[in-house]
Each structure stands twice: as structure tokens, then as C-alpha cells.
Write a protein that binds this ligand. Structure first.
Ligand code: S3P
Length: 172
């Protein structure tokens, strides 16, 4: 197992970080933290509300603060990170420091399917979902890859198969 026994899940919105993170924590009796939930609980309002009233930069500062807090003391925990977390330079070292970083990769067509009708992601509001996803992905993918200790392709895999890949990786 990695450094402190923590698993950090990164990847685009809709990649399944929350579903998979919860599943791992239940099956392996690990703790679970979702950075979006952590921030929403701390602020007492939704991510949408934070973006709308305080703006994206304010939200990004909250993300960095969340990471700093997690760096203080964390073990045997699965952490699902918001999709934009790895993009801030100062977050990168903090993230890597927490544990094994796993990039959950999904093809854009799949993300479009999963995110159609979603109302919880402020960055995807409005017209042309596929275009928005494409544009953001272009900016982010190389960073997701660079940050990852392990890249996990999620397409057509169930959660069990996905976890087996993490286990195989850790056994090496
Ligand atoms: C964001 C992803 C969201 C949330 C916020 C911004 C992003 O988290 O943090 O809406 O910039 O990709 P999920 O990846 O859990 O949807």
C-alpha cells in the first residue's frame, strides 16, 4: 500500500470518483472524504451557490485550504478530489503528499452521456455540453496524466475490476 495507506482519486467531472471512492471505502473499511462535500459542509451551501455568490477563485482557495487540512493528518482514507483540484500548481505537491494518486479516465463521449442533465456543476451550465467538456479536457488531461501514479481506464469496467487494477499496481 502507498505511503500512508491513502488513495487519492482524480479525474474529470463525471468520471466516477465519488461512486468508486465510496465503494472502496466500504469494501476496504477505509474512511472516505470527498473534497466537494468537505467544502460544502464547511460553507453550509452548495458548490453552485459558492460559484454564484463568491466566484470560482474563492472556491479554488477553499480547495487549497481543504488540501492543507488533509495534509495535517490523514491515514487509511480514500479521497475523491474535485475535478479541478490538480490544476493549481500549489495543490499538486499537497495532493501527491497524501497518497497514491489514481486518475480515473473516461472517454469524452462517456462523460457527455453521464453529465447530460446534471445541474450540480457550475462550469458545465448552459449550451453545448460536449464542447465545454472538450475544451476543459484539452486544458486538463496532460495534468491529470502527469499527476497520476496510476491511470485507470474506467470504460466498460465494474468497480471490482477497477479496484483489482489498483491492487495489482500496489503489489508490484
Ligand atoms: C469541478 C469539479 C467538481 C466541483 C466543481 C468544479 C471542476 O467536482 O469541484 O464543480 O473544476 O472540474 P467533481 O469532479 O466531483 O464533479
Amino acid at each position: 500500500m502507498s505511503m500512508n495507506g491513502n488513495i487519492v482519486l482524480i479525474g474529470f467531472m463525471g468520471a466516477g470518483k465519488t461512486t468508486f471512492g465510496r465503494w472502496i471505502s466500504e469494501n476496504l473499511h477505509m474512511r472516505y472524504i470527498d473534497t466537494d462535500e468537505y467544502i460544502e459542509n464547511g460553507q453550509g451551501v452548495s458548490i453552485n451557490e459558492i460559484f454564484a455568490t463568491k466566484g470560482e477563485e474563492f472556491f479554488r482557495d477553499l480547495e487549497t485550504k481543504c488540501l492543507l487540512k488533509l495534509n495535517e493528518n490523514i491515514e487509511s482514507t480514500v479521497i475523491s478530489m474535485g475535478g479541478g483540484m490538480p490544476m493549481r500548481k500549489e495543490n499538486q505537491k499537497l495532493m501527491k503528499n497524501i497518497g497514491l494518486v489514481v486518475y480515473l479516465r473516461a472517454p469524452e463521449e462517456e462523460l457527455v452521456k453521464r453529465l447530460t442533465g446534471d445541474s450540480k456543476r457550475p462550469l458545465l451550465k448552459g449550451e453545448n455540453l460536449a464542447g465545454k467538456i472538450h475544451e476543459l479536457m484539452e486544458k486538463r488531461e496532460s495534468t491529470y496524466i502527469e499527476m497520476a501514479d496510476l491511470i485507470l481506464d474506467t470504460k466498460d469496467k465494474d468497480l471490482n475490476q477497477m479496484y483489482n487494477e489498483i491492487e495489482d499496481f500496489m503489489a508490484k
